[in-house]
Design a protein around this ligand. Structure first.
Ligand code: CP
Ligand code: NVA
Length: 314
């Protein structure tokens, strides 16, 4: 009964940040993702989105997000339309609100990857169909849904675990922090001074946890201490390519390597959203080593997003 209420609550919703989702809603999505993954492994055909069309607007590159959404909607019985911003009028100055209104009359959902979070919010406000964020400069909520699914699979639980994020206080760090807070996990992060997570988002995460469980530091050893999960991401995100060399110097002490992981729990799990730069934020021995679950994590993008599309667009 309660689960049915959650299902109804999710219909037609946008997915712009995990801050907007209740823990029981995230849990519902994770349970559905597990079920959908099992169905696929059994070879069962599951097509609740027959006839539905998802538009995929990309203003930045993508391998995982594009392919998992396109394959996912197809497997669910629907169709995906890849809309590069170079090809649609949005890239030539048509307003976001006009684009939202027009696309709402053709499509059943929009996934967008772009720069500004405020653009995604404007699109969602003006669209009458669900809008899903496929990454902005501020957040990457779909990635974290798949990450939570992966941690649940590997560790059997989420609440009470410690997740340490090392590196740039970027979109990944922000979404991970919110996801961890929502699921009762302990979250610690270490970044160089000037590259720490956004204070407003930290405040939001602390409100979720009544001030507990969120630790921000510049010391990677302190952050990683007794961690169950170690997570990192590239030092220069999409749009920051010109800062690559400068960042390589500033972030050198934040590499996840054999010496840093000594401070985590012996059975720690290594995660990375990918794409990765071996030899920069993580050494090959760690990302390709026995603690790494990066490909399971990447696979789960497909299952987690299928669950999201079914819940929002079904
Ligand atoms: N992790 C992730 O979002 O990868 P892509 O940039 O390839 O979509
Ligand atoms: N922080 C990275 C994540 C890529 C999936 C970026 O924004 O480029």
């Amino acid at each position: 009964m309660k689960e049915q209420n959650v299902a109804v609550q999710l219909q037609g919703r946008d997915f712009l940040t995990l801050a907007d989702y209740q823990p029981e809603e995230i849990k519902y999505l994770l349970d559905l993702a597990k079920e959908i993954k099992e169905k696929k492994k059994r070879g069962e055909v599951y097509q609740p989105l027959k006839g539905k069309v998802l538009g995929l607007i990309f203003e930045k590159s993508s391998t995982r997000t594009r392919v998992s959404f396109e394959s996912g909607i197809y497997q669910l019985g629907g169709t995906g339309l890849f809309l590069s911003s170079n090809d649609i009028q949005l890239g030539r100055g048509e307003t976001i609100s006009d684009t939202a209104k027009v696309l709402s009359s053709y499509l059943d959902g929009i996934m967008i990857r772009t720069f500004k979070q405020s653009d995604v919010e404007e699109l969602a406000e003006n669209a009458s169909i669900p809008v899903i964020s496929g990454l902005t400069d501020s957040y990457h909520p779909c990635q974290v849904l798949a990450d939570l699914q992966t941690i649940q699979e590997v560790k059997g639980t989420l609440a009470g675990l410690k997740i340490a994020y090392i590196g740039d206080g970027n979109n990944m760090a922000h979404s991970l922090m919110l996801g961890a807070a929502k699921m009762g996990m302990q979250f610690s992060t270490a970044s160089p001074e000037g590259y720490l997570t956004d204070e407003e988002i930290v405040k939001k995460a602390k409100e979720i946890t009544d001030g507990a469980n969120i630790a921000i530091t510049t010391d990677p050893i302190e952050a990683v201490k007794d961690a169950d999960v170690i997570y990192t991401d590239v030092w220069a995100s999409m749009g920051q390519e010109s800062e690559q060399q400068e960042r390589e110097k500033l972030f050198a002490a934040y590499q996840v390597n054999e010496s840093l992981v000594q401070h985590a729990k012996a059975d720690y799990t290594f995660m990375h959203c990918l794409p990765a730069h071996r030899g920069e934020e993580v050494t090959a021995s760690i990302i390709d080593g026995k603690h790494s679950v990066v490909f399971q994590e990447a696979e789960n993008r497909l299952h987690a997003q299928k669950a999201l599309m079914v819940a929002l667009m079904g």
